[in-house]
Design a protein around this ligand. Structure first.
Ligand code: NAP
Length: 491
């Protein structure tokens, strides 16, 4: 950790090559994040960015696009002018070998001009079907350098099942070793998700009770208020299970349930996360139907149902909601139900984790009146952690009331960096702790595939839920069956 902090203060020399430089991700996330790194002095004089895509843009046009993408920040014009001058555009079809020759020449020229020492980060912000082609050409056309480092960053979705993910992985790892391969799961860049390890391992209080002796159940909710919007084509082929559970939710599960790593190091942390994912209990197809719920939103309150959305087949069975009960069968968590749910068109956008502690048998109090201790990690929108406790009501007698203990995370003046900014910095530093290792991806896909296959074989019906609700009744029943209920009601 100390080493990382020390490096952060030092300027990083790098050439970024952004494939998909005209796309939505580059404009909304990558350019603003690079600007934040520039403002912090992590990028200074010795960096350049090549944006590439097919559109016949010029350097000036890309620079204008970059300027617009960071315009919401109230920054001095001079600093923005200096920053955008480091941006270059090359019109490039990734399937055309000739274009890589031009790309190499431009990369070499910029390397010399900005004295970058051969450090290259290739960001593949485009459809995964191009990843293998790009990786192969980067190698065969000598765009990777011998002098500095060569790292490749890829976006989700990383496959649509284990087989396709493996194929995708092989197509890149033929040319880039695992340590140079950064698979983005932007949830891992979120401050509150990174706080899970801090909470768990730096507080004796939580370390002592973070196990199946004290934790009754864990609940993870990733809800979205939006529908499929303009991603209908992709969503139809994915569904909530592939889109949200395979990556974000299972990553959160692994951080919550992994054993304490031997050290704060990439290899030790990843080893424990892999082990947690490997320990996920697999269900028989019949048990999938009992332990997983899938559903689709139907029109309500002026909002159209999934089947009425543009580009969605009238008879689509793609799930826009999934809830499930998971178990991580490791030493500390076996027997603890982990309830998960995610969906579109729910009451609000939120990401939160509720850890519900066991009720205590006591003759001192009327235990029925005692509220459970619940630790809530409210990832977004609030970015808060609080603990539900019981305290005495003020005044005569000894009545209890619930009270919330808020954990202060930051000062008012501290700005929480955007996930992409943190992940780009990690990639610059060569620290892959907050990226998904291939084995994590592989175990997560194997688990998700077993659910998908059971559904495809007719185990588990597709339910409905109204837009603006928190999902179907079956999702409530899943917990009710165990005598539990969702802590977060969506209100
Ligand atoms: P997008 O807006 O559709 O951008 C795709 C980019 O690829 C464009 O710059 C396009 O530019 C370029 N492109 C397409 N075919 C090409 C070809 N043959 N040769 C060279 N360039 C080509 O997509 P996006 O939303 O930025 O998403 C990019 C990737 O990130 C996707 O895999 C997506 O799933 C993932 N992702 C995106 C987000 C997000 O917030 N947008 C979030 C998570 C993951 P031209 O048309 O000019 O060629």
């Amino acid at each position: 950790m100390k080493a990382v902090l020390a490096i952060m203060e030092i300027e990083q020399k790098a050439l970024f090559v952004i494939f998909g430089g005209t796309g939505d991700l580059a404009k909304r996330k990558l350019y603003p994040s690079l600007f934040q790194l520039y403002k912090k002095g992590i990028l200074q004089d010795n960096f350049a960015v090549i944006g590439t895509a097919r559109r016949p843009w010029t350097d000036e046009h890309l620079q204008e696009v970059v300027r617009t993408s960071i315009a919401s920040n109230d920054e001095s014009q001079k600093q923005i002018d200096e920053f955008v001058r480091h941006f270059y555009y090359q019109s490039h079809n990734v399937n055309d070998t000739e274009h890589y020759v031009t790309l190499r020449e431009l990369a070499e020229k910029l390397d010399l001009k900005y004295q970058i020492n051969g450090n290259r980060l290739f960001y593949l912000a485009m459809s995964p079907r191009f990843f293998g082609t790009i990786a192969q050409h980067l190698k065969s056309q000598n765009i990777v350098t011998d002098e500095g480092y060569n790292r490749v960053i890829v976006e989700k979705p990383f496959g649509r099942d284990f087989e396709s993910a493996k194929e995708l992985n092989d197509s890149i790892s033929k040319y880039f070793p695992e340590e140079a391969f950064f698979r983005i799961d932007h949830y891992l860049g979120k401050e509150m998700i990174q706080n899970i390890m801090a909470l768990r391992f730096s507080n004796n209080l939580f370390r002592a009770v973070w196990n199946n002796r004290y934790i009754d159940n864990i609940q993870i909710t990733l809800s979205e208020a939006l529908g499929v919007e303009e991603r209908a084509g992709y969503y139809e082929t994915a569904g909530a299970l592939r889109d949200m559970v395979q990556n974000h939710i299972l990553q959160i599960v692994s951080l919550l349930t992994m054993n304490m790593p031997a050290s704060y190091s990439e290899s030790d942390i990843r080893r424990e996360k892999i082990y947690a994912l490997k320990s996920l209990k697999k269900y028989s197809p019949a048990k999938v139907a009992e332990n997983f719920v899938r559903a689709q939103y139907i029109g309500n309150d002026g909002q159209v149902g999934y089947l009425q959305e543009n580009e969605i087949a009238d008879d689509s069975t793609t799930e826009t909601f999934v809830a499930g009960k998971l178990f991580v069968n490791n030493e500390n968590f076996s027997g603890v139900p982990i309830y998960i749910r995610t969906g579109k068109r729910l009451t609000q956008k939120t990401t939160r984790i509720d850890i519900s502690f066991k009720e205590m048998e006591t003759s001192f109090f009327d235990s029925k009146k005692l509220g459970r201790n619940i630790l809530t990690i409210n990832v977004e929108p609030e970015g808060q952690v609080y603990l539900q406790t019981n305290i005495k009501k003020i005044g005569q007698g000894f009545d209890l009331k619930p009270s919330r203990m808020d954990l202060q995370l930051n000062n008012e003046n501290e700005v929480v960096p955007e996930a992409y900014e943190k992940l780009l910095l990690d990639a610059l530093l060569g620290d892959a702790t907050n990226f998904a290792h291939w084995e994590e991806v592989a175990y997560a896909w194997k688990f998700v595939d077993s659910i998908r296959e059971a559904w495809d074989a007719g185990n588990g019906d597709l339910s409905e839920y109204k837009c603006g609700s928190m999902g179907p009744k079956e999702s409530e029943d899943l917990l009710k069956h165990d005598g539990n209920h969702w802590v977060f009601t969506g209100e």
